[in-house]
Design a protein around this ligand. Sequence first.
Ligand code: PMV
Length: 319
Amino acid sequence: MKATATAHPNIALVKYWGKRDEALILPHQSSLSVTLAPLSVTTTVEWGIGRDEVSINGEPARGSELDRVVAMLRLVRSQPARVVSHGNFPKAAGLASSAAGFAALAVAARAAAGLPRDVRAESTLARQGSGSACRSIQGGVCIWHRGTATDGVDSYATQELKADHWPELRLLVAMVSREEKEVKSRDGMRSAVETSPYYEAWTRDAEEEVPRALAALYAKDLKAIGEIAEKNAWRMHATSLAADPPLCYLKPQTLEVIAALQGLRRDGVPAYFTLDAGPNPVVLTDAKHEAAVEAALVKLGASSVVRCVPGGDATVTFE
Ligand code: PMV
């Protein structure tokens, strides 16, 4: 009745930004991501205790965070559980900690309940905690298929390329701000869906970019995937900038980093950004240029740079 799972976060190169069903967490568009090692969240679930107890990074979970964890547990069993979760990176700084957290929770909750491993069932369950979590069950490159069913049965992620497909790929998280973001993804995307005049165009465009992004990753074409990632991130942010009230996740330092990447590229250093709903750019480059890109990011004022490579599948251990 007790199991532990570890999952990596993921960074979307073609992003999910908007739900067509808030309760089931069904997206308006498909999305594509790469898992990020060595970042990870490890979660232990133990069923059959007196009442639900949830601790995240040593602190008891409260409010909506607690409600979301308990709601996911109830999808597995109607019994209380103890959940203890630890991540090796800061929460809510735009670094998709909820993706790794809900992926690890989904895998551990099912394993502790004695259910066999089933990546589709795990992805579907993780999706209902945090949409992007459905892309952290498997490693490498995953696509979350938006699906069309109203009950969400066809909305889950599949692994398209394994973690070792492109070992030279590097993803550098440039920490320009450690503040928790003011508007959570959940609220930001709702406002984009409801008020942005660009929303429909954003959705159509993102859906078309998914197969192109996969082809670029398959071909290990850094320029091609970099250009797709940048364009898609700008379009997601443009959609929210056009919302009412406008929503801007970028900080001055974010723009400084983004502008400097163009200079690096002119000097022959391949470096392309993506940006989730937060101020910290994630920069795509390759092993050969990793040190040069890291040095440039530090010089631009990043307080730290987290070097990542494509990560593997979520794993389970029993005690
Ligand atoms: O899964 P959520 O609710 O944390 O939303 C994630 C949204 C983005 O990170 C901005 C994009 C994505 O596809 O991961």
